[in-house]
Structures are given as C-alpha cells and as structure tokens.
Design a protein around this ligand. Structure first.
Ligand SMILES: Cc1cc2nc3c(=O)[nH]c(=O)nc-3n(C[C@H](O)[C@H](O)[C@H](O)COP(=O)(O)OP(=O)(O)OC[C@H]3O[C@@H](n4cnc5c(N)ncnc54)[C@H](O)[C@@H]3O)c2cc1C
Length: 556
C-alpha cells in the first residue's frame, strides 16, 4: 500500500498538477520556519504554477481528507509571518515561486497574483502605492499582506489592508476558484439561492451574522488597528445593504481558503515629505506629547527604543550588506550630527513624525508648526529635497533602524533567538502614559531582554524579547509573561494584535479577548468555509496553546 503522502504525490501528477512537488529533506527543513518562534516540519511542499493547480490540490485534499484526517494545506508566500501561521505539519503551498505576476496596473487599481513581492509590486505602481505596506516591505508579498491584513507606518493616516481590497479571486474548500466582492442585497439573495457550495457559504454566513448582529457589531475592538479574530463586524451592514465577503477573508491567514488573485485600490504617493525626529530622555510626559503630535495630523508617527538604537549601532556592519556600499556610506555620514546629539546620553526613545504634502512649502509649514510647539524638546527635522539641507535623505537612517531592527535581531544575535509573543499589542494612545510603565514592570519582573519599536500614533508596539528558547528556564517564562501582558492590554480595552495577526501565538487567547460566545462564532465561521478542516489547522479560532507551546523552536 502507498504511504499517504506518496499517494498524494502520485495523484497530483495524475491530475496534471503543473507545479513543483518536493519532499526533499532540505526543502522540508527550509519550510519548517517562518519569522515566528515556532518550528513545524511539513511532509510535502508544492509550488503551483497556476490558479488551476491550486484548485487541483484543494480538490484532491478535500476528496482524500476522510481517509486521511491529518491531511491539510497551508499557504505560504514570503514566509515572514511572526505568528507561526505560515508553517504546518502536512502540505505547504508555496505561492511565492510561480504565482508572482503583477497582472495589470491601471491608474489607482492594480491586479496581482498573491506571490508577488511587495518590493516588485511597488516599483510597478508608479505614482500610486498600497499604503498599508508593513515594515517587512522588502521581504514580504502582496498575498501575505492581504491574508494578514497587514499595516505599517502609514496606517495612522491610511488604515490597514482591509480598506484596499475591492475584489479577490479565491479558491474555496470545494476546490473551485470564484470571484469575491461586495454584493448588494439583491445580488446576495441571488447568491444565497445557488444550490452549490458557494450558495451555502453565503446563506450560512448571512444567517450567522444576521442572528447575532448586535453582538458581532459590539465585539469590534475599539482600537485604530486590529488583526485578531475573523472580522465578521465588517461583512454585513443592514443600513447600506452591502454584504462583503472579502472582509472576512482579508486577515484570515489562509484558514478559510486560498487567495489566487487580488485587486487592490491604491492611493497617490506623497510628492513631498518631511521628518521630525525627537530624542526622548524622559518618557514621563509621553501621553501629553502623543496628544500634541496627533493634533497636527502626521502621516506617520513611529518610535524605537534605546535597546534598538544600541543594537543598530552594534550591528552597523550588517547594514553594509543590507544597503550596499553607497547607501551605507551615506548612512554613516548622516549619522554624524545625531551621533553628536547622542553624546549627551542615549535617549530612551526616538520618535519619528512624518508629514506629507503636495509642495515643499506645505510640508515646511506643517512641520514647523509642530517643531515650534515642541521647541522645549529640541527636536530636529528635515524635509526631503529641502534646499537648505544638502544631506537629502539623511532621515533615511531612522527609517532603516526602525524597519530593519527586527530582521537584524533575527540574524545577528547569535546566542539568543527573537521570541515574538508580545510583539504586536495595541492600546489607545490616551492610555499609554499609564500603560507603558506597567508594561515595563512586567518586562523587568521576568528579566526579559527586549527591544521596543512601534507605531506610536496607533498605540501599536512591537516588543521583541531575545531568549534562549532551547533553555527550559527561558521557555518557562513565556506563558506567565505573555498572560500578564495580555491581561494588562485587555484591561485597557486594547487588542493583542494590531497587524501581525493570531496564528499559533495569539489564536489561543481569542477567548480572553472576545469571550466564549464570540469565539464560538469565529469557530462557526471557520466551519462554514472549511467544514472538513483542510486549510491551515491549529491557527486562529482553532489554535490551542498546548499545541503551540510544543512547537516552540528548541534548536538553531
Ligand atoms: C522584519 C519584519 C517586520 C515586520 N513588520 C510588519 C509590519 O510592520 N506590519 C505587519 O503587518 N506585519 C509585519 N511583519 C509580519 C509579516 O512580514 C507581514 O504580515 C507580511 O505581510 C506577511 O507577508 P508574507 O508574504 O511573508 O506572508 P507569509 O508569512 O507567507 O504568510 C502570512 C499568512 O498569510 C497566509 N497566506 C499567504 N499567502 C496566501 C494565499 N495566497 N492565500 C491564503 N493565505 C495566504 C499564510 O498562510 C499566513 O497565514 C513583519 C515581519 C518581519 C520579519
């Protein structure tokens, strides 16, 4: 008798699956990791060439699942997921090898395959951009951005990916690719009358939302960004009569089906920008400062802490490899004036406030107004292309430290591993001056060595502990430290994830965040789309901490 995976390989070939099928040990090892602290070895990696190949694989697994209940399919694009959502123990579907084409860009609308790197996509979109790109913009793909409902430095002004996906092509659990887009009431009625799998999904999901309408609407977290749970509250609106299935798919981490094509609404790139940088030696008045900055409506408001700054300086040579020699020398020269500032002592926090405008004058006016208000803090600023400032682009160094710090930590700190388990919390900015000191107490209590960076304007912080994950003593800290931090975040009505999503790490805490009844609705949603459990098991609503904990990396 054939072993189940050999049988799957044979059947894929028999059904003319046109992509790669690979179970070599090197490949399985490579796909055992994403950017999370977890490790799970798959049994097979397949790389479809077409949406038809994706559909073939889904159909095959759906048909075989009854005889082999552990079979499943997990999508992977760039593999930079920090929650463990791009790894699993059965079949990995790699979208980033062949499904990488940007199909069309017409003005502010782009159509793309999911595996396209954001960095390639961004070059092709001309005077427009997808403004919800994450800090991993040089490493991740558009498919990952859609399925994690990513956000980033521009989300303060532009919000997250959920706003920019008017249409998707999606392979459902019956192995059929269909278009998903917002429907009017009349169109919804026609869909629900269909006597097929698609009709059933629309019927069951509509019933579920309609029956629990007020409860679902009330469950929407009151924070500016949230990637936890399934976003049922944004699917059906009784007032407008619009039923939009894309809203529950965006951010579902491939647990409901596979995205094979995304239509994206872009926004005009800013013509001019300027950055104001603040070195904070004392963070007691942070709450007040945040309020002042937000009043000026910046386009980004980012931050990183002294630990990030130290590590960036320590690993400066690594920037040479990341940036190439010309940009690197530029970076070094640009650091000199701020190096002099640093002689006054390493600041606890570096804050970056960016303004955009149609003209330099517009940016100058905005930035000077804030500069004046914050004159007591001795802020420095620059406007790109500002003729008085010959070192155009000097502010780039701060963006580099902000965007690349996590990547550097992952690759450079040899005896410790990044352990993202409190990496994406959100607490509304008005509570931060109270919340942050309490957070520091927990970090101190567990003696966690952490870097903190984040989107200050949204109250969204990336706290990355560095740990010896193979050491039992360090592993033992994870659960109690995470519990305390999560409880603190929830006591301020925050969210456990603004953008990195649930995966293995936050899925187990959805009940704490939303309560049992909402968790049950999330589980029902998963059942509606994926009744046989073929897509990305152990994640989001179906995550369980014992499973997650048993897959924390213990070797490097
Ligand atoms: C240095 C660094 C910085 C980061 N900064 C940010 C940040 O600022 N903001 C942010 O949001 N995230 C951030 N992340 C997390 C991550 O990079 C982003 O969420 C990114 O968008 C994921 O893209 P990816 O292509 O790597 O996706 P992957 O890691 O491959 O996948 C992400 C999820 O999407 C699913 N998926 C992928 N393709 C498909 C598909 N075709 N159909 C269905 N499901 C699919 C996967 O199963 C998985 O659940 C960061 C990560 C790193 C390493």
């Amino acid at each position: 008798m054939l072993k189940p995976m050999d049988d799957i390989k044979t059947q894929l070939k028999a059904r003319k699956f046109g992509g790669d099928i690979d179970d070599s040990s090197a490949t399985l090892e490579k796909y055992s990791h994403d950017a999370s602290m977890f490790e799970i070895k798959p049994q097979l990696v397949i790389a479809p060439r077409t949406a038809g190949d994706v559909a073939t694989a889904v159909k095959l697994v759906a048909e075989t699942k009854k005889d082999n209940p552990t079979l499943s399919l997990t999508a992977r694009s760039g593999g930079t997921d920090m929650s463990g959502a791009a790894i699993n123990d059965s079949i990995i579907v790699d979208f980033n090898r062949y499904l990488t084409k940007v199909i069309s860009v017409k003005g502010d609308i782009a159509v793309t395959e999911p595996g396209a790197f954001y960095r390639d996509f961004d070059v092709l979109t001309g005077e427009y951009e997808l403004p919800s790109y994450p800090a991993s913009r040089d490493l991740c793909t558009v498919g990952g951005i859609i399925n994690n409902n990513s956000g980033g430095e521009r989300s303060l002004r532009y919000g997250k990916t959920e706003r920019y996906v008017p249409e998707l092509k999606f392979v459902f659990a019956d192995g059929i690719e269909r278009i998903v887009k917002p429907l009017t009431r009349k169109e919804l009625i026609i869909k629900m009358a269909q006597k097929n799998f698609e009709g059933m999904i629309y019927r069951d999901l509509f019933e579920l939302i309609e029956k629990h309408y007020d409860q679902i609407k009330a469950a929407k977290p009151h924070v500016s960004k949230n990637s936890t749970g399934y976003r049922l509250w944004d699917v059906w609106d009784r007032k407008t009569g619009i039923f939009d299935l894309t809203q529950v798919i965006v951010g579902a981490q491939g647990t409901l089906g596979f995205v094979t094509e995304g239509t994206l609404q872009l926004v005009k790139r800013a013509k001019h920008s300027g950055l104001l940088v603040l070195f904070m030696h004392d963070i007691d008045d942070l709450g007040e400062l945040i309020e002042t900055v937000l009043k000026h409506k910046p386009v980004t408001f980012e931050s990183f802490d002294d630990a990030t700054l130290w590590l960036s300086i320590k690993f400066m040579p690594s920037f040479l490899r990341l940036l190439g020699p010309v940009k690197f020398i530029h970076l070094l020269l640009a650091l000199i004036p701020d190096g002099l500032q640093l002689l006054r002592g390493i600041p606890k926090l570096v804050l970056m406030v960016e303004f955009n405008g149609e003209t330099e004058d517009e940016v100058r006016t905005k930035i000077k107004a804030l500069h004046k208000e914050l004159s007591y803090l001795k802020a420095r600023y620059e406007i790109n292309g500002f003729e008085e400032d010959p070192s155009e682009g000097a502010s780039e160094k701060f963006w580099i430290m902000r965007r690349y710090s996590f990547q550097l930590l992952r690759s450079k700190v040899k005896d410790k591993h990044t352990a993202p388990f409190i990496d994406d919390l959100v607490v509304n900015p008005e509570y931060l001056s109270e919340f942050l000191p309490k957070l520091r107490v927990i970090i101190k209590k567990y003696k966690l060595l952490v870097t903190i960076a984040g989107h200050m304007g949204d109250g969204n912080f990336h706290i990355i502990p560095l740990m010896k994950l193979e050491d039992k003593k360090d592993r033992k800290k994870i659960l109690p430290a995470m519990k305390e931090v999560n409880e603190l975040v929830l006591s301020y009505k925050g969210s456990l994830s603004g953008e990195h999503n649930d995966g293995l790490v936050r899925g187990p805490w959805l009940e704490e965040m939303y309560g049992k009844e909402m968790l049950d609705l999330f589980k029902e949603t998963k059942m509606v789309f994926d009744p046989d459990g073929i897509f990305n098991p152990h994640k989001k609503a179906n995550a369980d901490w014992d499973y997650s904990y048993s897959h924390i990396r213990n070797h490097f």
